[in-house]
Design a protein around this ligand. Structure first.
Ligand SMILES: [Zn+2]
Length: 384
């Protein structure tokens, strides 16, 4: 129990520290004007007019501030419900999703989730399956499974329930049959299992210095990084037809080579970039061409996302400013050649200046494909 609470607290830091994006632009360094004139890339001035999709946000209140900023900046949203104690109750998240989707159905999309309470009971999987079918009928475009699977929830014998637990298989098959994607967040950033001096970003280093109880490097009795990744991969191998979005770069944020190998192995899998842009930037500061080549090669497999979270206690105006700043900073990095200061890695980060056609996929087409509406279910009886 105590351990579980610790993990919940850690999860909160990860969700809210989100892109916590201590990024500041350095306008004087930019070269986009020149390049944009001669190459097929976007400029900062294209930001608000290009169609975009933030594939990983949390709109946890009926307040329309998130939707308004998305409209102003040209974004559609995938708002993901999560069974996370620092968020409002699942019913509240669900109600907010329905209200916002009703307000602007072409812009606001949502993913449902399911609680792990009662896992192992004979009727658990059927109960979850029925709830998911109801949610998809109400418009849910995906289902989220969170890192409480693998890090918090334990079975009757006290063992952690990993993603490849056979008890989760019926739910995975139901999600596949419903025709929607599964968004999976398993494990933590690679840094969580490293000593402080080897971590790559200041936000990770500072947090784990102040909270050694959450620092898995100090807890070798818990599943390791490779254990989490192996369980996720085993799960995908067992459900090859499942459409899968690995949240937070599939927890492979630290190495684009390894991420590429993962995407090669699982052709139905994609990843989102939520809350891990600084880890990608850490790599591109060292080898910009390698990271740029990765995005071009895997242009159909990566979804732009932030983890921006609007909770009921937030100041809506301040949130709008933050969302706008995060979205622009990320656009500057992915779409233009301008440099910007990224405090969490203490570096000036040149933009990747990805080709427009690639940006259009990362920023829109891939999410639109992965989160396409579920097919209309058969009128009666025909089970699958
Ligand atoms: Zn999230």
């Amino acid at each position: 129990m105590h351990k579980g609470l610790q993990w919940m607290a850690l999860a909160g830091w990860l969700a809210l520290g989100c892109a916590a994006c201590a990024t500041t632009a350095s306008p004087g360094v930019g070269r986009t004007g020149d390049l944009a004139a001669t190459a097929d890339i976007y400029a900062m001035s294209d930001f608000s007019r290009v169609r975009k999709y933030d594939a990983h946000v949390h709109a946890n209140t009926m307040d329309t501030a998130f939707l308004e900023q998305a409209r102003a900046d040209g974004f559609e949203l995938m708002s993901i419900n999560v069974d996370y104690p620092d968020f409002p109750a699942l019913e509240t998240q669900h109600a907010a999703a329905l209200a916002l989707a009703a307000a602007e159905p072409a812009r606001f999309h949502w993913a449902t989730t399911f609680p792990m309470d009662g896992f192992g009971a004979p009727d658990w999987a059927d109960t979850v399956a029925a709830a998911l079918a109801r949610d998809v009928a109400q418009g849910a475009r995906a289902v989220k499974i969170w890192k409480n699977v693998g890090m918090v929830e334990r079975d009757a014998d006290g063992r952690l329930i990993m993603l490849d637990h056979p008890g989760l298989s019926p739910v995975a098959e139901r999600i596949r049959a419903l025709g929607v994607a599964l968004i999976g967040h398993q494990g933590e950033p690679h840094n969580c299992w490293l000593p402080l001096e080897e971590m790559t970003t200041d936000n990770d280093r500072e947090y784990f210095r102040n909270h050694p109880e959450y620092h898995m490097y100090l807890h070798p009795e818990e599943p390791g990084y490779e254990d989490q990744i192996a369980a996720r991969d085993q799960f995908l191998a067992a459900h090859p037809r499942l459409r899968f979005v690995g949240a937070h770069v599939g927890s492979l944020e630290y190495d684009v080579d390894r991420l590429g190998a993962f995407l090669d192995r699982f052709p139905h899998a994609t990843v989102d970039l939520a809350a891990r842009m600084s880890q990608v930037q850490y790599q591109s500061v060292r080898d910009r061409d390698k990271v740029r080549d990765f995005f071009i090669r895997y242009q159909d497999r990566v979804l732009y996302g932030t983890d921006l979270t609007l909770g009921p206690d937030a100041d809506p105006d301040e949130f709008r400013r933050q969302a706008h700043a995060v979205w622009r900073a990320d656009w500057r990095y992915l779409a233009t050649a301008e440099s910007q200061r990224v405090e969490t890695i203490d570096a000036d980060v040149p933009g990747l200046a990805l080709p427009r056609a690639v940006v259009d996929k990362l920023y829109y087409a891939n999410a639109a494909r992965m989160f396409a509406p579920a097919p209309i279910p058969p009128a009666s009886g025909a089970g699958n």
